[in-house]
Design a protein around this ligand. Structure first.
Ligand code: GLA
Length: 392
């Protein structure tokens, strides 16, 4: 198997070669922007809570150079698709993938910067629809590349925020800040504890001897994903409104306690109560889990991952049969320290902390059972924690 550095170099040169052949010249610069994992703290970011993500060694590579006109020529190498437009007329594309770039251009312009025409080729190895945030990586790659190409002098946090806004406004998913933040601020062998209220963040080492992050990909992405995501957001906001009627200073679930939920939400709306309770519990779980990590108590950390899954599946209801099946399959496996669904839900991956020596056996065991139960082919990835978005 090719090592991470070798694979990155190969992907990067594939993108650069394509650029050369399509645009008859070298690109000015190439950016690498990674996908992410999240160890714990799911659906907490848009509730002003905490998350614990990290950038990984799966990334998008984007080569760009300026044009003399205002046109935009983009090639999505892995999709074998191309797009042409103008930076003066940004309209949603029926191809969908250009929207991530167009949304970022729009947000850069909204900050008062001008973006000229450019040529672009991108491609990489973040599996699409697997919940590793290929879309955030594409947005961050675009923001970073254009910042360099046009000398915009945007700082990383501004690029994160505008990338998130691009997804909210142009793509239409009301996502939080976690994915873009992790893609931009990731650091090799470190997880980031981000406070999504203050945006303060701390890096924690995660070079846990003999334990690896294994992503088990269900191979499904149910169509509910984005509509239900936006609905969960509204349900959390509804819960906050019910509490705020009694505590006017409260702005988000971050300021809400379980007893407030029991007093003011449960009697009015049992469903909203369950959604909100999960979020409040997940924040507490994350804070305790980071203590486990600091103490090196991975067993306790792993149990919190399982508890997180339980909450996401039963109370927050963003899991699905395939995700529940995969978590159920590893629950009593002595080689697996913790597991849960990762990201928005309704498909994508489970994240598993697995003893290195047990990885091959685990994949061999689960692949046929998963195929049998779901008629789907399981894919497995090892997630190595890497640096965030940068120039190649
Ligand atoms: C998606 C969103 C993130 C976050 C997660 C759930 O990945 O893009 O902002 O809300 O879902 O934790």
């Amino acid at each position: 198997m090719m090592n991470t550095t070798g694979q990155s170099a190969a992907l990067s040169s594939r993108v650069q070669e394509k650029f050369k052949s399509v645009f008859a010249g070298d690109s000015s610069l190439t950016v690498r922007s990674p996908g992410r994992v999240n160890l714990i703290g799911e659906h907490t970011d848009y509730n002003n809570g905490f998350v614990l993500p990290a950038a990984i060694d799966k990334a998008i590579f984007m080569a760009v150079s300026r044009r003399t006109d205002h046109e935009l020529h983009v090639v999505a190498l892995d999709l074998d698709s191309s797009y042409q437009g103008s930076v003066d007329r940004l309209q949603r594309s029926s191809l969908h993938w250009p929207d991530y770039l167009l949304g970022v251009i729009q947000q850069i312009q909204a900050l008062g910067h001008s973006v000229g025409g450019f040529n672009c080729v991108f491609g990489g190895d973040i599996p699409l629809g697997a919940g590793m945030s290929s879309s955030a990586a594409l947005e961050c790659a675009t923001a970073f590349a254009l910042n360099e190409l046009f000398g915009l002098k945007l700082d990383p946090l501004t690029m994160v925020k505008l990338s998130q806004k691009a997804e909210n406004v142009f793509v239409g998913l009301q996502c939080g800040i976690m994915d873009q933040f992790a893609s931009m601020f990731g650091r090799r062998n470190q997880v980031i504890r981000l406070d999504c209220q203050s945006l303060e963040y701390v890096y924690f080492p995660f070079n846990t001897e003999g334990i690896r992050i294994v992503l088990l990909d269900t191979g499904v992405k149910h169509s509910l994903a984005s509509s239900e995501y936006n609905t969960r957001r509204q349900q959390c906001e509804a819960g906050v409104r019910l509490v705020r009627a009694h505590y006017p200073d409260i702005n988000s679930l971050r300021d809400v306690t379980l007893s407030m939920l029991e007093a003011f939400v449960e009697p009015v709306d049992a469903l909203v109560y369950r959604r909100c309770r999960y979020v409040v519990e997940e924040n507490t779980r994350l804070l305790n889990a980071t203590e486990d990590l600091q103490k090196g108590d991975l067993a306790a950390f792993g149990q919190k991952m399982f508890a997180s899954h339980q909450g996401l599946s039963h109370d927050y209801a963003v899991s699905c049969e395939e995700l529940d099946f995969l978590v159920g399959q590893v629950k009593d496996d002595p080689g697996v320290i913790g597991a849960r669904m990762m990201g928005g839900g309704f498909g994508g991956c489970t994240i598993n902390l697995v003893r290195e020596a047990a990885i091959d056996g685990l994949i061999e065991r689960i692949t046929p059972v998963y195929r049998e139960a779901m008629q789907l082919e399981l894919k497995a990835y090892i997630g190595n924690i890497e640096n965030g978005t940068s120039l190649e």
